[in-house]
Ligand binder design. Structure first.
Ligand code: GLC
Length: 747
């Protein structure tokens, strides 16, 4: 009897609860029904309030209905320190310290999607723990110029590499109930004049290169939100660009997320209403220029929009379409019962940080100097030179800067790793403070003193480890400005050359998000590039220097000899950074390795046909896209190819570790037309890659896949994808210029 009564009471309670719980609060109800139910209960003002900022980093919910606000925060490499509700000043919390994960260019340099999955899971645990619902990142703008101040936040020059590496990051962030806000959509490929520049780009280049990573993130990762970029396309701001946001993103790609403006990227109400914008975020009253208290109601999508609806000048349906997207974002995150609690600064997160850093470091040169095994250099004198050996590279850089709990610097980690040696440090140069909006002028006398001191100490040492490169100062790798040139700054070229002149055992280690000139390259026996490694920078670097870790990173960008070798730099100011607020991507699809791969004659013809200002010959890259050395060696067998049903083709190749150490190799597959093509096409384009781990002497059979769509190009006549029948080459490569085997196939 007792059991019957308790069962009966249970059923009654459940029925009763159901009667009380409105559908929009019922986590078991279908999402779209929850949305419609919530919408039906909201007033006009409540709907409008959801569509714009209510503070620096939040947009409103509906307190009356128990619908949560959205808590957003930067950035792609970690959860930004808490700022005040309504100013850019730090809130001075004492519990918002985080792990700084490596820069996304470092993640791309791992060429290992498993690292992206680890990254996405760990960073979203930190965001969830801080109560954040929207992570303002990742960024997948393209590295068309090595001067872009924000390239360190992005994933290189190739759309396939960026797509494959960003998708797992987004999937694993969103699995934890935190939304990604993929940015900056689209063509935000420079910082100079970012608020006003209109980008002129061919339809093919737009579709095949610049939109591609965003398209894959929408179709494969289903990013829940995206951020419009400040710049314009077709002379319309991308934060409310009907053709881009309604035409391509929401209609053609079928995207159901919420489009957030960049901060202050909204410029007028009509375009904001009809141009695809869903949440207007910003800084000041008019979104850009003036600071005043609590005037978020003055935003374009606030009172002005509300009045237009009230006056019947804008149909309620237009408003509701936006509110549905914002409600969907809230139910996916802030009101998602499966959203994780997360954690902050756990050892697991530091481990992920270090692992990604270790796999992203690229060994560019090594003439029998590395690894410096601690046992082999016991008792030796190691001089560490350079400001980046001790400088924090997690502060500065703009909105991606982080307040970290624990960083281990290269110097500290080298001192730990080589405890049996005498480790000294000479700063070598000084670069000034990490400021956002101006280049810190440095004291030349101070730099000369530091230079001379370092060279004197280098003479006495057994080994020199130079740790320099770029940093997060304005004019280096920093938002809201581009680099001033292709050279390393602060007298580093002269310093490296002078150090190499007195010390043959010198390893150059550079940090930075962009390639740079290396006039001293022939003089140094070893070179590592580290991007930005985050909180475990020292550990990751020391692991590679000592041989504890065998480097396996590959370049996600081309390192050219000279700035003018880049195709984007061949068309004067018109090509970069633009004139009269117009920039022209005159290089079209021939950007990055697609340009350097062209035969000299083809390069010349292209430059002439596009009326380039500079027709001089283009130098071969210092280090090509996809390049990276290892402490071991790999042999590739002869590739074979087979058709795999209606899927496409499978290329199979044996890869053997022919060295003495375990190592990882990134096997890259590029595809290009063998037959003549009806349109200009790159020689070959990256279509697939896989990273294999091999013990010494072991061989693995590696399968590389080509899908039918991989053969397509964007046809500007039909405004759609097209595949030319005929014969194609599949290039099995160790880098974009290191072809280990070619097989052809017919379509
Ligand atoms: C900045 C950046 C954007 C960032 C936002 C919030 O201007 O362009 O990437 O997420 O504002 O800080």
């Amino acid at each position: 009897m007792k059991r019957f009564v308790s069962f009966f009471l249970t059923v009654l309670t459940a029925l009763n609860l159901n009667a009380q719980t409105p559908k929009y609060l019922d986590n078991n109800a279908p999402m779209e029904e929850r949305i419609e139910d919530a919408l039906s209960r909201m007033t006009l003002h409540e709907k409008i309030s959801m569509l714009h900022a209510q503070s620096k980093f939040t947009s409103a919910g509906v307190p009356r209905l128990g619908i949560r606000q959205l808590n957003m925060d930067d950035g792609p490499h970690g959860c930004r320190e808490e700022l005040e509700w309504n100013t850019w000043s730090p809130a001075k919390w004492t519990n918002d310290y985080v792990v700084a994960f490596p820069s996304l260019t470092c993640l791309a340099a791992t060429w290992n999607p498993d690292m992206s999955a680890l990254y996405g899971n760990a960073i979203s645990e930190e965001f969830a723990f801080r109560g954040k619902d929207v992570l303002l990142g990742p960024g997948v703008n393209m590295a068309r110029t090595p001067l872009n101040g924000r390239a360190f936040e992005y994933m290189g020059e190739d759309p396939v590499l960026a797509s494959e590496m960003v998708v797992p990051y987004i999937q694993h962030v969103q699995q934890n109930g935190v939304a990604c806000c993929l940015k900056h959509f689209v063509l935000n490929d420079q910082e100079t004049d970012r608020f006003r520049v209109n980008v002129n780009v061919s339809e093919r280049a737009l579709r095949e290169i610049y939109l591609r990573p965003f398209e894959m993130a929408v179709k494969k990762a289903k990013t829940w939100s995206m951020m419009g970029s400040y710049n314009l396309w077709q002379n319309v701001h991308c934060c409310h660009n009907d053709a881009l946001l309604n035409g391509i993103l929401k209609k053609e790609w079928g995207w159901d997320g919420a489009l957030v403006s960049d901060w202050g990227g909204t410029t007028n109400t009509q375009e904001a209403i009809y141009g695809g914008l869903d949440i207007e975020m910003g800084t000041y009253t008019d979104g850009k220029l003036r600071e005043s208290e609590f005037t978020y109601d003055d935003y374009y999508l606030a009172k002005p929009f509300e009045q237009l609806v009230k006056d019947g000048k804008v149909p309620m349906s237009v408003l509701d379409e936006k509110v549905r997207r914002v409600l969907r974002l809230i139910f996916r995150t802030a009101m998602n019962p499966k959203k994780v609690i997360g954690n902050q600064c756990s050892e697991a997160h530091y481990e992920v940080c270090r692992q990604i850093g270790e796999e992203g470091i690229v060994l560019l040169k090594n003439e029998k100097l590395l690894p410096l095994e601690p046992a082999a250099v016991q008792g030796k004198r190691i001089l560490v030179v350079g400001e980046n050996a001790t400088r924090s590279l997690t502060q500065g850089g703009g909105s991606s800067e982080l307040k970290t709990l624990r960083d281990i610097s290269p110097l500290e980690a080298i001192q730990q790793m080589y405890a049996g040696c005498t480790v000294m440090h000479a700063q070598g140069y000084v670069s000034g403070r990490a400021v956002y909006d101006r280049v810190d002028r440095i004291n030349a006398d101070e730099n000369k003193r530091l230079h001379d001191e370092a060279v004197r100490m280098a003479r006495e040492a057994d080994f020199v480890i130079y740790v320099g490169g770029l940093n997060k100062n304005h004019g280096q790798d920093c938002e809201n400005g581009d680099r001033e040139g292709y050279n390393l700054s602060f007298g580093q070229n002269e310093l490296i050359a002078d150090l190499a002149a007195v010390q043959k055992n010198i390893v150059v280690v550079t940090f930075g998000g962009n390639p740079y000139a290396m006039p001293w390259l022939r003089k140094v026996p070893a070179l590592l590039h580290c991007w930005y490694l985050g909180s475990e920078a020292g550990s990751a670097l020391a692991g590679v220097l000592s041989g504890k870790v065998n480097p396996s990173g590959k370049l996600p960008v081309t390192f050219a000899q000279r700035l003018e070798d880049y195709s984007s730099m061949r068309f004067g100011a018109e090509g970069y950074p633009g004139t009269n607020k117009q920039v022209h991507y005159k290089e079209g699809i021939f950007m990055g390795y697609r340009w350097f791969d062209l035969p000299k004659a083809a390069q010349q013809n292209f430059l002439k046909s596009e009326h380039a200002q500079d027709l001089t010959a283009v130098g071969q890259p210092l280090f090509p896209f996809g390049f990276g050395l290892s402490y071991t060696t790999f042999r590739y067998g002869k590739p074979t190819i087979s058709a795999t049903g209606d899927y496409g083709w499978t290329v199979t190749v044996d890869v053997t570790n022919t060295g003495q150490r375990a190592g990882k190799e990134v096997v890259q597959l590029y595809v290009g037309r063998k037959d003549k093509s009806g349109v200009a096409r790159p020689v070959k384009e990256l279509k697939y890659f896989t990273k294999v781990s091999l013990q010494p002497g072991n061989t693995k059979q590696v399968n590389l896949f080509i899908r039918r769509d991989d053969l397509s190009y964007w046809d500007e006549k039909t405004h759609g994808w097209n595949i030319e029948p005929g014969t194609y080459n599949a290039y099995v490569c160790a880098s974009s210029t290191d072809v280990r085997g070619v097989v052809s196939f017919k379509y």
